[in-house]
Design a protein around this ligand. Structure first.
Ligand SMILES: [Mg+2]
Length: 483
């Protein structure tokens, strides 16, 4: 093993310059991490009784889609987040449902769950739609408390979330740092609770593979593997100077700390950048849809370049369009995954802008990306192999009882319908029929739409098929989960 002289960085600053080395680790299990289990799929199963206990896949309904969330029944067949849709379809038996996602419904449930957490702690850091940290120290007597106290509080949170969300389950971890709390909740999944008491960190981590440590990616793992390290315990046996010589100053220190469960990041209620955007005012109004499309492509590339530079992935794509008459229109859409890809941002921006309409000319265009997440899940190889077909607009789709091969994605379906000036019926969308009441789109195609009439407070309901332009049928808000 090569050794180099280790030179400490400036005193008081850690790697990245933001985390002081001097701060003591917490001596109490006072950081809590909560993660809703298979969140999108769980919301779908709550609102669609006929899908409970069945494999459900959210996302991945389009031609090039990837799985956003799989229910535990689908995970049983090896389906995972970020898996290409065609692969998920190939692995699942008949009876699996592929749904395009209802972000309004997910946001409502997320807010309800977060509300329960905010009743327990005044310092809550939301990480994503289904995940948050809370600092328990400001509101609870954490210095004198026992493991049983921490467990009781976590159980109270879990019960509160179940009650407030109509039965969604949350896994909760409590530990001496964000890292340990997150690893504890991860280890307790699904529907679990785990407290890692101060002093237990090393034993908990020892047998885990290195890559289980947050922030230790494939490249780092590969480098360390050549020095014989496989588990976290192996990593702990490596001296700091060796780690620094192998990984560099910042990563060497970082990995040395992580292997010991040391994470000095505080729970913070503030997040940094909220959005990245670019806009352009034109000397002459754009009147041609092709010009508008080309300009949106340029703006999207500028936004994508900034996202990449900042290491950000955003889920919400927004468009600003000012018309000839100075009326300004804003539209946005939320994707299943974070992205920093120019093509995807362009595609969404064009769809949104065409939805607004060019009118008598466009004076200004803007593109923005917000809703940042830690990872991109859509950066997957999307190459559809020979013989693999995906949903087509012309097929009658999403026969959940037997056929799973032809669901049409939200993106394709919505934009296709918009071009034809029709209402889109994405699979899984909430609808209401003047005579039959509330239900959801079970499938559509060939000018028809099939609806299952059921909701979170009913039993499994009947299926009926209508003409796609039936005036009695319309899209609706997500159903209320409490009677
Ligand atoms: Mg989750």
């Amino acid at each position: 093993m090569c050794r180099t002289v280790y030179r400490p960085t400036a005193p008081g600053r850690g790697p990245g310059g933001s985390v002081p080395y001097g701060l003591p680790m917490r001596a109490t299990a006072s950081v809590l991490h909560v993660d809703l289990d298979a969140f999108f799929a769980a919301v779908e199963q709550r609102d669609k009784p006929s899908l409970r206990g069945r494999p459900v896949v959210v996302g991945g309904t389009g031609r090039r889609g990837v799985v956003s969330t799989a229910s535990y029944e689908a995970r049983h067949y090896g389906v995972r987040s970020a898996m290409p849709a065609w692969q998920a379809r190939a692995q699942l038996p008949g009876g699996a449902a592929f749904l395009s996602g209802r972000f309004d419904a997910y946001r409502r449930s997320s807010r309800a769950a977060l509300g329960v957490l905010r009743e327990l702690s005044s310092v809550v850091e939301q990480v994503s739609i289904d995940e948050a940290y809370a600092d328990l120290a400001p509101d609870w007597p954490v210095d004198g408390w026992s493991r049983a106290d921490a467990e009781a509080l976590a159980e109270r949170l879990r019960a509160g979330v179940r009650g407030a969300t109509g039965g969604l389950t949350a896994s909760v971890g409590v530990g001496s740092s964000k890292m340990m709390a997150k690893m504890a909740s991860e280890a307790s999944k699904p529907d679990g609770l785990r407290v890692i008491w101060p002093g237990e960190e090393a034993a908990f981590l020892a047998d885990l593979p290195m890559r289980a440590l947050p922030g230790v990616g494939p490249a780092t793992t590969e480098k360390l593997r050549t020095f014989g390290a496989v588990t976290v315990a192996d990593l702990r046996r490596m001296a700091l100077p060796d780690l620094v010589s192998i990984l560099g100053e910042a990563s060497g220190h970082g990995v040395h700390d992580l292997a010991r469960g040391i994470d000095r990041r505080e729970v913070t209620t503030h997040r940094e950048a909220k959005s990245v955007s670019a806009e352009e005012t034109f000397h002459q109004d754009l009147t041609d849809v092709r010009e508008v499309t080309a300009e949106l492509g340029l703006l999207a590339r500028r936004v994508a370049a900034r996202l990449e530079k900042a290491g950000l992935f955003g889920r919400t794509v927004g468009v600003k369009l000012r018309r000839h008459d100075f009326s300004t229109h804003l539209r946005s859409t939320t994707l299943a995954h974070g992205t920093d890809r120019a093509e995807l941002i362009t595609e969404q921006a064009v769809r949104l802008a065409l939805g607004i309409g060019v009118g008598d000319g466009v004076r200004l265009l803007g593109v923005s990306v917000s809703g940042f997440v830690e990872h991109s899940q859509e950066l997957m190889p999307l190459d559809l192999g020979p013989g693999v077909t995906s949903g087509s607009q012309e097929s009658h789709t999403a026969d959940v009882s037997s056929e799973t091969d032809a669901a049409v994605g939200w993106d394709d379906e919505e934009s296709h319908a918009a071009r034809l000036g029709r209402v889109a019926w994405p699979t899984g969308a909430d609808v209401v029929h003047a005579e039959h009441g509330a239900g959801w789109v079970w499938g559509s195609g060939l000018g028809r739409v099939t609806v299952r009439f059921e909701g979170p407070t009913t039993g499994p309901g009947p299926i009926r098929t209508f003409e796609a332009d039936d005036p009695a049928l319309r899209r609706s808000d997500p159903p209320a989960w409490a009677p």
